[in-house]
Structures are given as C-alpha cells and as structure tokens.
Design a protein around this ligand. Sequence first.
Ligand code: HEC
Length: 102
Amino acid sequence: MRTTVIAVIAVLMGLTGPVFAADAAAGKAKFAVCAGCHGPTGGGNPALKYPRIGGLGAAYVAQQLRAFKSGARDNATMKAMTAALSEADMDNLGAYVATLRP
Ligand code: HEC
C-alpha cells in the first residue's frame, strides 16, 4: 500500500514537472541562420528592417516564432525561417535569444 502511494506520487510529480526544459545551448546552434539578419548578438539591422531581438523574453520569442510558423503573425520571411523548427527548437531559441545582449 505504502509503496503504491509513493509510486503514484512519483508519477504525478513527473507529470506536473516540466515536460521539456528549454536548452539555450541547443538554441545557440539553431541561431546561426538567424544571426544573418538579426545579428550575432541579436542587435538587428535597422537599415534592412530586421528587428533587434537580443534580450527579449524567452517566452515572448518562442511565442512569436510559433505565431510566424502558424501564420497568426503574418510575415513571409519569418514564416519561411520557422517552417522547419520543432516545438523544442522554438523554446530553445527563445532561451538563447533571451541571453543575448546587443
Ligand atoms: C532573412 C532575414 C531573417 C532571418 C534569417 C530571420 N529573421 Fe527573424 N525577423 C525578420 C524580419 C524582417 C522580422 C520582422 C517581421 C515582422 O515585421 O513581423 C523578424 C522578426 C523576428 C522576431 C519578432 C521580433 C519582435 O519584436 O516581435 C523574432 C523573435 C525573430 N524574428 C526571430 C528569429 C529567429 C529565432 C530566427 C532564426 C530561426 C530568425 N528570426 C531569422 C527577418 C529574419
């Protein structure tokens, strides 16, 4: 009985814990292509209208990437950039972009 209770609690803790922890190092690897427009530290390029993104909140960045991918935020360039990104990629990119200091 006692073992069963402990097992149930362990399972519930597993379920309520983070299913996926964002990994900034993995995001950095994915950011190489982004740096071409947004700059290596996310400073952007005002002349070409590439926005500054370095230091934006991780959750905000991940949310914008999902919106570009789904088309909810309409931008052809960013839709193309996010087309091949997985859910984990977008969380990882958010975590990495948040660490940048342009
Ligand atoms: C070819 C140039 C280009 C590349 C490469 C690119 N972006 Fe963008 N990005 C843009 C442009 C242009 C916008 C502005 C879109 C708009 O006005 O809605 C933008 C917007 C964004 C925004 C929204 C910023 C805000 O303030 O809401 C984020 C976040 C972003 N990009 C992240 C990325 C990430 C991460 C990558 C790499 C996977 C990437 N971008 C690759 C051009 C680019």
